[in-house]
Write a protein that binds this ligand. Structure first.
Ligand SMILES: Nc1ncnc2c1ncn2[C@@H]1O[C@H](COP(=O)(O)OP(=O)(O)OP(=O)(O)O)[C@@H](O)[C@H]1O
Length: 323
């Protein structure tokens, strides 16, 4: 474990490292969340027509409810498809990754492709994908694989980050209808509500060597972007087998507000008590089952688990078609 040097500037987008290889991709299963990101169906149509123009066979399967994307990905037959494409936001991609985990853990990984259609699209940003249909289609059809290291929170897979404290509570309470209406603004509004009404909670974070920290909030990062293009763990990379644990020690509303400002203004590095440490395993304990929604664990922007939570690397890598 070591302290991470913090930077003020945003590092370049991209995910260096991760041994890449290219394989032929001809048959695609596209899992589409039609409710994601205010229904950006036009982007999906543009990508599919470009893939078909390149001679690929594309089957689009729309989800009807939460959980479908995971079931569809788990049920994908490697004898019949070469890659599974998640068309939706980070929540849908997370579900698809949880489904693909079965194949990857069995040593027969099916590559993941992404058509970003969500509100924040953090995974797409982390991989440097962009929103241009031609570029997205080229990344999928090109077959070049970036190997990423997902992690587990109480057995559920996440690829970007897991959080406990203010951010998990915001994720849990944000109204999906408001999100559809005003996009990212829904998170800002819910953060303000939580800052005004949320009682103070403390969490105990234990790192793999037994070092313990008492904090008001914690984010366990696999990637360096957070909530869009904000940065909490500047050195975290999807392609590295390491967890970057961001510790927010100070409690109280004013400090919570200060941390929100620090994240959004890129000023966290200036806070003397803010630390990022690396670890392979993290245990987080707190006010479990207190009826105040303080025990939620968010992963990739959705509630993935409840405290206490054990977070560790999944132990397998997932190939992602990222160009
Ligand atoms: N057909 C569906 N109906 C309702 N919910 C769905 C459906 N398909 C998937 N979901 C769920 O909707 C949630 C939000 O979807 P997703 O994250 O893809 O879009 P978003 O919320 O617009 O984007 P972002 O995560 O970037 O904010 C996910 O947790 C997913 O499980």
């Amino acid at each position: 474990m070591r302290d991470t040097v913090l930077m003020d500037e945003n590092p370049a987008v991209g995910s260096g490292g991760g041994s890449d290889a290219t394989a032929e991709v001809r048959r695609l299963l596209v899992i589409h969340n039609p409710t994601a990101g205010g229904r950006r169906a036009r982007r999906l149509r543009a990508v599919v027509s470009r893939l078909e123009a390149r001679g690929l066979s594309v089957t689009v399967k729309p989800t009807g409810k939460r959980g479908d994307a995971e079931d569809f990905a788990r049920g994908a037959d490697p004898a019949e498809v070469d890659a599974v494409i998640a068309a939706g936001g980070d929540g849908t991609i997370n579900e698809v990754i949880n489904g693909l985990a079965v194949h990857a853990a069995a040593g027969l990984p099916l590559p993941l492709g992404i058509v970003p259609m969500g509100t924040a699209n953090v995974l797409a940003a982390e991989l440097g994908l962009g929103m241009d249909a031609e570029r997205i289609a080229a990344a999928i059809a090109g077959g070049r694989r970036t190997m990423i290291w997902p992690a587990l929170a109480n057995g559920r897979v996440f690829s970007l980050m897991a959080g406990v404290g203010l951010d998990a509570r915001v994720v849990e309470r944000v109204d999906p209808r408001v999100k559809r209406l005003i996009g990212k603004g829904a998170y800002v509004a819910e953060t303000l509500v939580q800052l005004a009404t949320r009682p103070d909670h403390r969490y105990r974070v234990t790192l793999d060597d037994g070092e313990a920290h008492d904090v008001a909030s914690v984010i366990v990062a696999k990637g360096h972007f957070y909530g869009g293009r904000f940065i909490c763990a500047p050195d975290a990379r999807l392609t590295e087998p390491e967890l970057h644990v961001c510790l927010f020690p100070r409690g109280g509303r004013l400090n919570a507000l200060r941390y929100v400002w620090g994240v959004t203004a890129g000023r966290l590095a200036r806070f003397p008590e803010y630390r990022v440490v690396t670890a392979k395993r993290v245990r987080i304990e707190g006010p479990a089952g207190d009826g105040l929604f303080a025990d939620a664990v968010q992963g990739d922007g959705d509630v993935l688990a409840r405290l206490p939570v054990e977070i560790a690397l999944a132990g397998w890598r997932l190939p992602v078609l990222a160009g």
